[in-house]
Each structure stands twice: as C-alpha cells, then as structure tokens.
Write a protein that binds this ligand. Structure first.
Ligand code: MN
Length: 337
C-alpha cells in the first residue's frame, strides 16, 4: 500500500474544524514513541490548549513512561495513560502512525470515538482514519504539526517550538537525511527564533546513553555479520540482540534503538539490519538503506512499513530466517526496479 495524495486545503479544514468542534481531543503517538511521534503529538496538544481546546496526549506503553531520550519534553502535564483517558474525549488524532496497529490498544479506542484523524508522513500510511492529513514529502510529521499549530492560530511558544524541533531533528537525523530541504532549514530557523535550546535537545536525543546501553551497543556490534554477496553484491550487515542480552543489563527494548545508527555506517554494506527480541519473544527488525533499495516497500511486503531509507517489521521467525526473508524481499524489489 502506498499513500501519495498530498493534503488538500479541504483536508486541513476538515481536521481543524473537527478539532475546534470537539469537546476534548486526544493526541496519540505510536507505540515506542520517538521524538517525531511524541514531539508532534505534544506540540499539537499544547497548541490546542492554547486556543481553548481541551487536549491530552497518550500512547500505548505499559508501564506508561516516556523513553529516557524524551523525558525532558515540555507539555508532560497533558500526558494520560491509556487507562486514564478522560471520558470527555470525543476525538482522537494520531501522529506519525502509518497503521492502526501502531497505536496499540488506543487504536481500538480511537475507532470508538466520534472523530478520528491522522497526521502522518509515511508512504505506508493505510488510510485508517476518517480524516487524513498525510504528506509523504514531509521529512517529519513535526512539519505537519507546525502547520496545524499555525492553522489553529496558536502562537508558536518556546515549548511548542521545542516539541516540533524534537520531531524535526529526530526524523532528519540532525538534518542529514535526504528528506531535508531548504524549507526544513527555514522551519528550523523559525524554531530557533523562539529560543529553543537546540544543543540540549541534540544531546538528549542523539548523544546520551546509559553505561549499560553503551555496553549493549558493544555486544551488538561485536556480533555483527557482513554479507558481502547480499543486495546484489552491495552488502548487508546485520546483528541481533536477544531479550536475555538486554535483561542481563537491565535494559528495555528501546535501549537498542540507537544501535542501527552505528551499524549503518558500515561502508561495505548498502543495507543494515538490527534484530531485537521484544519482551514478548517477537523479533523487531529495524532496517536502513543508503538509497539503492526501497526498504519501505521491502518491509511492507514483510508485514511492516516505513520510509525508503528506514523501515521495519516484526517477525516470529528465528534471526537467520528473518535475514533470509529480508534478502529474498530485497532481491525481488531490485529485480522489479
Ligand atoms: Mn516520523
């Protein structure tokens, strides 16, 4: 599935009008929220509050805690655990979620309320909400959260700017990834003018890890395998971390998130894959490409989704089988291109 319809003025109008006429709005980030999902949801809820709309933020995580890299985000007074969502909520707006499953238990809740909107930038967006504001050319959902703030006539406060910058810097990899354009930098400049502490945000998002997490990176990198013949001879590098690897260091699944950023620097590999076993025994595959392979397409064919350069999926197979499956899907994608 591939979403390629840019948001029209009518889509935006439908979203903002419905938000304004709702009793209370729940802004939902996807499970295991990253800076883009949470920053966008938080910026939107803060903007709604500012113009007199009751708004909250949630995501399906148990226990309900923010990832360490985002524990400093402003707007946390608006957070509600899924079980504590106020009964007044009659609209849900999801942020950065490409399919309903990404909302966890809150997906079902969203389908039960009166209005359901989605703000996203994934090409694999499935169209699950009745109001879709989805722009696959946006380098981050945060770009759309910024437009929502403007369209609600909310003032861009330092707190809102901080949340939006968190999303923007996360998804552009500090403005390094392909989706970054002149417009992205103009937006960053506008956020800078609000007095954001961009250096502190960068340190929290990219450059902070516990000693245990650094040790986990060491284990993962030590175990990495380079398959030079994969991806049509362009190389694939992969590693896997079991649940017990993490448990030995007392780490949650999200502690393994940054590993792909080191693994993907491997010059001899076009594609990098990190397999992480969740507490449920299911493996999560994170994949990165340098551009030759459309991993969004590859991972969609394996039941997941994402972007061309960064995508993922879940699997109950064994690590070696998952890698075989990825190689076959990549070969099929290369043959079709
Ligand atoms: Mn995103």
């Amino acid at each position: 599935m591939s979403w390629d319809r840019p948001p029209t003025p009518a889509d935006w109008e439908s979203l903002t009008a419905t938000i304004k006429s709702s009793s209370a709005v729940l802004c939902v980030a996807h499970v295991s929220p990253d800076g883009d999902a949470l920053g966008s949801a938080m910026a939107a809820a803060l903007s709604m509050r500012q113009v007199g709309i009751e708004a909250y933020v949630s995501f399906d995580e148990d226990p309900f805690t923010l990832p360490g890299s985002l524990a400093w985000l402003p707007g946390q007074e608006l957070l509600r655990a899924p079980a504590d969502v106020p009964a007044s909520v009659d609209m849900v707006v999801s942020f950065d979620a490409s399919d309903l499953a990404r909302l966890g238990r809150l997906g079902e809740f969203a389908q039960g309320v009166e209005h359901f909107g989605a703000v996203d930038h994934h090409r694999s967006y499935t169209g699950f909400a009745s109001i879709s504001v989805v722009d696959v050319t946006a380098p981050a959902t945060a770009v759309l959260a910024m437009e929502l703030t403007d369209r609600l006539d909310a003032e861009l406060t330092r707190d809102i700017a901080t949340c939006i910058y968190a999303g923007l810097t996360t998804d552009t990899g500090s403005f390094r990834f392909t989706g970054t354009t002149a417009k992205t930098h103009y937006l960053a400049a506008r956020l800078h003018e609000c007095g954001i502490a961009h250096d502190e945000i960068a340190r929290a998002v990219f450059d902070t890890a516990s000693f245990e997490a650094v040790k986990l990176l060491g284990i993962a990198i030590d175990r990495a395998v380079l398959l030079t013949d994969a991806v049509g001879g362009n190389g694939l590098v992969w590693t896997a971390l079991t649940r017990s690897d993490r448990e030995a260091l007392g780490l949650p699944l999200d502690a393994a998130e940054p590993i792909i950023d080191t693994l993907r620097t491997t010059a001899e590999a076009e594609v990098a894959v990190v397999l992480k076993e969740g507490d449920d025994g299911v493996w999560r595959a994170s994949t990165r490409s340098k551009g030759l392979v459309d991993l969004g397409e590859v991972c969609s064919s394996l039941g997941g989704g994402g972007h061309r350069f960064a995508a993922g999926f879940s699997s109950t197979l064994r690590p070696e089988q998952i890698i075989d499956e990825i190689r076959i899907a990549i070969d099929a994608s290369l043959a079709a291109a």
